[in-house]
Design a protein around this ligand. Structure first.
Ligand code: CO8
Length: 264
């Protein structure tokens, strides 16, 4: 597919934004290709996704400034909606998405990483919302997701000053979970995806939904969301097999086995 590659390795998918000549900047075509790549993933097979950028320098250096430079008010709003729709698709994708941030994650690049479930980065990564320096606001969810992730005070400081931060600072403020060398990043992301993929897939999906939906409401309603999803797990084969395996192990440690969860 044009600007986005998707490689499925057993039950994980690696989606790579592939426009390195423009540091993987997001133009309309990249956004369309990204949507198509996620639409094309068979979630009956794939249990976790890694999202990364091609090349050694950049994850995504933002929305395409050339394309944006001549937009009218209505076109700007439409472009913002286009990005928001695809980022929301990633955020609500049924299985977890890990952003493996291999360099610049500026503007729309920082924003797309924040629509993923988990962010890890390489030691050359750089994050920022430089939009006010270009005369615009963040437009692909940055004002909302950055404040939710790292708190309103720190988000406002980063957005108002348009200051870029390096990997170590991103780790300190909780924007990323871990920092790796450039060589280690993708293997680490794939290993994490495989660890997720080894667990009961329906339960993992239910956890994602419970956390995401619960964060949008008050604690009482959020706990009801969890109760319902928790209850639904008791209709699955994976729950029966997972618990039976634990009880067999207790009975006789020699009976220990790795459960091959079925997505059922
Ligand atoms: N858009 C378009 N092209 C880009 C972008 C971008 N965001 N970033 C880099 N490129 C291109 C450069 O133009 C250059 O192309 P060419 O070789 O044809 O001249 C190529 O990528 C390589 O870039 P540089 O030569 O600049 O590489 P450097 O290593 O010197 O610098 C930087 C790297 C620091 C990342 C620099 O390229 C840069 O500052 N890029 C812009 C970063 C930025 O400001 N990003 C935010 C954009 S705004 C945004 O994302 C808003 C999102 C919401 C939009 C909502 C719309 C309504």
């Amino acid at each position: 597919m044009g600007f986005v590659n998707c490689e499925v390795k057993e039950n994980i998918a690696v989606v790579t934004i592939n426009r390195p000549e423009a540091l993987n900047a997001l133009n309309s075509q990249v956004l369309d290709d990204l949507a198509a790549a996620f639409d094309g993933i068979d979630t009956n097979v794939v249990r976790a996704v890694v999202l990364t950028g091609a090349g050694e320098k950049s994850f995504v250096a933002g929305a395409d400034i050339g394309e944006m430079s001549t937009l009218s008010k209505a076109e700007g709003e439409a472009f913002g909606k286009k990005g928001n729709d695809i980022f929301r698709k990633i955020e609500q994708f049924p299985v977890p998405v890990i952003a493996a941030i291999n360099g610049f994650a500026l503007g729309g690049g920082c924003e797309i990483s924040m629509s993923c479930d988990i962010r890890i980065c390489s030691d050359n990564a750089m994050f920022g919302q430089p939009e006010v320096g270009l005369g615009i606001t963040p437009g692909f969810g940055g004002t909302q997701r950055l404040a939710r992730l790292i708190g309103a005070g720190m988000a406002k400081q980063l957005i108002y000053t348009a200051r870029n931060i390096k990997a170590d600072e991103a780790l300190r403020i909780g924007l990323v979970n871990a920092v790796y060398t450039q060589e280690e990043l993708l293997p680490a992301a794939e290993k994490m995806a495989s660890q997720i993929a080894a667990n009961a897939p329906i339960a993992v999906r239910a956890c994602k939904k419970a956390i995401n939906d619960g964060l949008q409401t008050d604690i009482d309603n959020a706990l009801v969301i969890e109760e319902k999803l928790f209850g639904s797990c008791f209709e699955t084969e994976d729950q029966r097999e997972g618990m039976a395996n634990f009880l067999r192990k207790k009975d006789d440690p020699a009976k220990v086995k790795v459960v091959a969860f079925k997505n059922a």
